[in-house]
Design a protein around this ligand. Structure first.
Ligand code: GLN
Length: 488
């Protein structure tokens, strides 16, 4: 198997046995990127020269002490990287070069991982197809006429296309899990507070969470070991002990109680092919010794409307910092400060960002605040209570990740809200701050399907355990794709 096909564990073992050098790994990764990325278009910026230098510095085995020593990784382009352009896929930040690394980037660097480049996304993480990048859309490697999902679509597409073994994305309503499902890879959103958000451009701060996209569950566990834990720079990061997540990689789930929410499986938009596959997966879990039962999350039907009030409300506040003064695009022609603010924002932001700022400002305005924002916050609590009730007697919740497989590029151009309904199963976990993973569970009409596993807060380990057990008993994560072609 070629080096670019391998996951972190296999690469590390080859490295430790002296079969390959860090340079050979990095060269293989860039060779692959140069071969396929003009079709997939996952990367916005590559960091080739630095990556080669870092690999050379690790050529002596005794220098390789870090958890990620010599391992290639890539970052969604809202994660700040010192000296390397960080655009949020927006004209506003097209030329923004941060003077600092986000905590997650420095943790990966300190563990001797090697940054390959920055990945395309929907502008400021608002969107679900990558078509809202201000630069160009990313393509789904399984079918280049389809979207990779979003907003971390560049990350999922790059991992699926074997351009990089792992990438970090961010997930506010499903932006890691939905593209992972569309691209047939693993996407893990940890609990809110488990991973630092410092240095990560904020969209909706009470729901944003950084997480991992990889081709298998064990690589997710390894990266989570590297990035998780309290960060003094992020007041919302939790001071809760971080276990060794790799210790949960045991294919044994006997006695684990799994619940499947009635409301999700009755969703009219749910594609019957996807429903069948997840039901088959539930039977598989039963065969493996888990106890499977129906549960109810009655308030989940309000999750999307609640999200589309709270998300834009927080976005309208977070976007205020892009004013042409501190950083980002500035209109140099304006002859007064107010015009400078207005023109910089009018030219820098795309339509969807502007729409959310207006929406958010409206729901926070006096007169509307009680009717929309406050009401949404109350319903958010009811949604969280649903989960608390279920987790009193259930270990994990199993659902489809999305109601459909990847749609065609351009198909939903005039129908943004319908396309975002694809987050109907993922958004509740963000509202309640819970860990959730999407793993491959089969194919419907030749396109990958994802299954979601949701855990109780800070129980990432159990989520990984159930995901790993399924992975070890099924072949889905091993299918190879030819870019834009059929699975082999
Ligand atoms: N589709 C969601 C949105 O547009 C995705 C948000 C996210 O998870 N970043 O808001």
């Amino acid at each position: 198997m070629e080096l670019h096909e391998l996951g972190l564990y296999e690469l590390q073992s080859k490295l430790n046995q002296g079969e390959v050098s860090p340079q050979e790994i990095i060269n293989a990764i860039f060779k692959r990127i140069h071969e396929v990325d003009d079709k997939v278009k996952a990367f916005l910026t590559l960091d080739e020269e630095n990556a080669i230098k870092k690999a050379a510095a690790l050529c002596k085995g005794e220098n390789r002490t870090g958890l990620m020593a010599g391992m290639p990784f890539a970052l969604k382009d809202l994660i700040c990287t010192r000296g390397l352009r960080t655009t949020c896929a927006s004209r506003m930040l097209e030329n923004f070069i941060p003077t600092y690394d986000a905590t997650v980037a420095s943790r990966l660097n300190n563990a001797q991982g090697i940054l390959i480049g920055k990945l395309n996304m929907d502008e400021f993480a608002m969107g679900c197809s990558n078509e809202l990048s201000a630069f160009f859309p990313t393509h789904n490697p399984w079918d280049l006429n389809r979207v990779p999902g979003g907003s971390s679509g560049g990350a999922a597409a790059a991992v699926a296309a074997r351009e990089v073994p792992v990438a970090l994305g961010s997930d506010t309503a499903g932006s890691i899990r939905q593209p992972a499902a569309y691209c047939g890879v693993v996407g893990f959103k940890p609990s809110y507070g488990r991973v630092s958000r410092w240095g990560v451009a904020a969209y909706a701060s009470s729901m944003d969470q950084v997480g991992v996209i990889a081709r298998n569950v064990e690589d997710c566990a390894l990266v989570l070991n590297t990035i998780a834990g309290k960060d003094p720079l992020d007041g919302t990061s939790a001071d809760i002990e971080v276990p060794d997540y790799t210790s949960y990689l045991i294919p044994d789930i006997k006695g684990l109680r799994l619940g499947y929410p009635r409301e999700f499986f009755a969703q009219p938009a749910l594609d019957p092919g996807i429903k069948d596959l997840v039901e088959e997966a539930l039977r598989k879990y039963e065969d493996m010794g888990a106890i499977v039962e129906e549960i109810s999350l009655p308030y989940s039907e309000y999750a999307l409307p609640v999200y589309y009030i709270i998300g834009p409300a927080e976005a309208s506040a977070n976007m205020a910092c892009y004013d042409g003064v501190r950083f980002g695009l500035r209109d140099l022609e304006a002859d007064n400060v107010l015009d400078m603010y207005c023109n910089s924002r009018a030219n820098g932001f795309g339509d969807e960002v502007k729409r959310r700022v207006m929406w958010g400002t409206y729901v926070l305005s006096s007169g509307q605040y009680e009717a929309y924002y406050l009401k949404a916050m109350k319903v958010r609590r009811l949604i969280k209570n649903d989960f608390d009730n279920v987790f009193a007697h259930i270990d994990l919740i199993i659902t489809p990740t999305t109601p459909t497989t990847a749609f065609k590029l351009g198909e939903k151009n005039n129908d943004f809200l319908t396309s975002c309904k694809n987050e109907v199963f993922t958004v509740s976990a963000n509202l309640a701050g819970l860990p959730a993973i999407s793993i491959p569970c089969g194919f419907s009409d030749g396109l990958p399907v994802g299954m979601q596993i949701i855990g109780s807060a800070f129980n990432e380990g159990k989520v990984l355990q159930a995901a790993y057990a399924f992975q070890q008993n099924t072949p889905y994560h091993q299918y190879k794709l030819q870019i834009g072609g059929e699975q082999k």
